[in-house]
Design a protein around this ligand. Sequence first.
Ligand code: DON
Length: 319
Amino acid sequence: SLSFLVSTTTLAQTAPDYDALIKQAHQKYKNNNDGKVADYIPALATYSPQNFAITIATVDGKIYQTGDVKKAFPMESLSKVFTMALAMEQHGPKEVLDKLGANATGLPFNSGLAVELTKGAPENPLVNAGAMSTVSLVEAKDKTDRWNKILNNLNAWADASLTVNEPVFKSEMDTNQHNQALAQLMESYNSFYGDTREAVEIYTRQCSVDVTTEQLAKMGAVLANNGKSPYTGKQLLNEKYVPQVLAEMAIAGLYDGSGKWLYTVGLPAKSGVGGGMVAVVPGKYAIAVYSPPLDSAGNSVRAQQTIEYVAQATQSNLF
Ligand code: DON
């Protein structure tokens, strides 16, 4: 019985073989051609549906990766998490709850109906309405300062000097009438906290910031590590607020796919229509995956499959 104890103890202490797991997932899902590359932002339609990259970043600062890890992609909705964290750091979780909310809409990420049904309340900071409202809530002297605060915050989380993908930004600015309408609809109900034109433009710019899966995984690892970057040692978010950020991700990170995701995988996560996705395993690791083809809710198909595979193999379901 002593040898039994010794062997189970050894097993429990062995770190999962992240390197093998991500390679298995890449092999398993690379030929799955389900989903469709986003084209409502014309510049996104130019990305290859074959692009596929996986990175795991652990709280002890290790990186494991495979696939097209040099290929950068626009953050799109992934950016919403980190600007929400900035707003929370500035104003605290009560104000985020009161002004931006923490409920699912049950409707698509850019739904005008959702805003109309609540008389202007965006419901949460991760749908487009709530994310633009979040940008308007960031404390800043002027437009330049607002953008600098948002970009500097993304840079600190990613441990990198991120840049705007200008063709994607121009393409989205030319075609973002729906988002302009959402912002004005909220303003008409007094639930916008700044100039709509400025907030829509800065929101669009933050969505156009390029990242790699390594940078995105490092951003997720800050949340996995109680708000402190395992890479720079900087406390980027008050550790008391981390559960609220993760709760918002659980509620709406995959939009109308969030409930099914929580039911099957059980991890807070966030997607973007550029094909990126990140999931957080508190105290352990974050996993970022990039592959452009999306399901009908706007979430990368291969990313969801990969994260589910790794989460199951590492017994990471929080419930
Ligand atoms: O506003 C938009 O429509 C895009 N900039 C972002 C949407 C998005 O990424 C939704 N995600 N899955």
